[in-house]
Design a protein around this ligand. Sequence first.
Ligand SMILES: Cc1cc2nc3c(=O)[nH]c(=O)nc-3n(C[C@H](O)[C@H](O)[C@H](O)COP(=O)(O)OP(=O)(O)OC[C@H]3O[C@@H](n4cnc5c(N)ncnc54)[C@H](O)[C@@H]3O)c2cc1C
Length: 285
Amino acid sequence: MPKAIIIGAGPAGISAALYIKRAGMDVTVISSKGGALLKAEHIENYYGFPEGISGAQLYENGIMSAKRLNADFVEGEAVSLSYDGKFLVRAAGREYPADAVLLATGASRLAPPVSGISEFEGRGVSYCAVCDGFFFRSKAVGVLGSGEYALNEANELLPLAASVTVFTNGEQPAVKFPAEVGVVTEKIKCLGGDDILRFAELENGEKVGINGMFIAYKTAGSTALARKIGAAADSGRIKVNENMQTSVKGLYAAGDCTGGLLQISKAVYEGAKAGTEIIKYLKNL
Ligand SMILES: Cc1cc2nc3c(=O)[nH]c(=O)nc-3n(C[C@H](O)[C@H](O)[C@H](O)COP(=O)(O)OP(=O)(O)OC[C@H]3O[C@@H](n4cnc5c(N)ncnc54)[C@H](O)[C@@H]3O)c2cc1C
């Protein structure tokens, strides 16, 4: 049976899962625990809760309703998305194949706190090792991050680059990086160079020479995942048509990650729409 994978278990992802399961189709929701709802203390403007409801409770209710319909869940962070006849989502140390994928990972509200990132975008700063790693072959590259996502990007770069250094920017590494990867835990003061990126300057004054810096800060956001597979995205949001389809066939996006009104009702609508479109798409394969 054709299969869908949904990345993200917030209102958009769960809403899609409910429609897909009720159509009797196979769906796995891959999600880390987090998202905007868990930050929302009390919600008073969503239909059906006369006393309001906490974001955390609404989040749990959503997951419970999809589990009641027997949707599969994988707890973990999706760190990569590729296509090889089927979509392949890498998460929790393995690859999950699918015929259709829905990106529902919410809005990326965290900008990496390092000056020089936007200045060197396209001139050394990249958001996708699998897309841009080739341009940095035999060069010294850095990865900004400290977790699973940074590990994935470092592993993509190791066979290509002359050296790979992970900059955790003051955080303790949350994963074990391979021995060949340098790990710098000192905070970065800024990225510097001339027409291209040349170095990362640390707060202790040391300059580490790099020609590329791959941003893998915290978790892989929707636009980072979309870009890995060539789907159009700009200013932190994924471009979709009225059917929530991205520029890549079989790849859909819904919720905060598509921009516009960042509210539950809009995420639920887009999840429902994406779910019904995915059902049609899978039935026609
Ligand atoms: C403080 C705050 C208060 C708010 N108050 C309200 C309110 O009162 N009313 C209202 O309507 N809206 C409110 N919102 C907005 C609302 O929470 C969002 O619009 C809504 O949650 C968006 O749903 P979503 O499914 O698109 O994303 P999210 O709810 O953000 O869910 C995204 C999911 O994806 C997961 N995820 C992310 N990256 C990955 C990855 N790489 N791999 C696997 N999983 C991943 C996350 O862990 C999460 O489970 C509030 C938001 C905030 C931050």
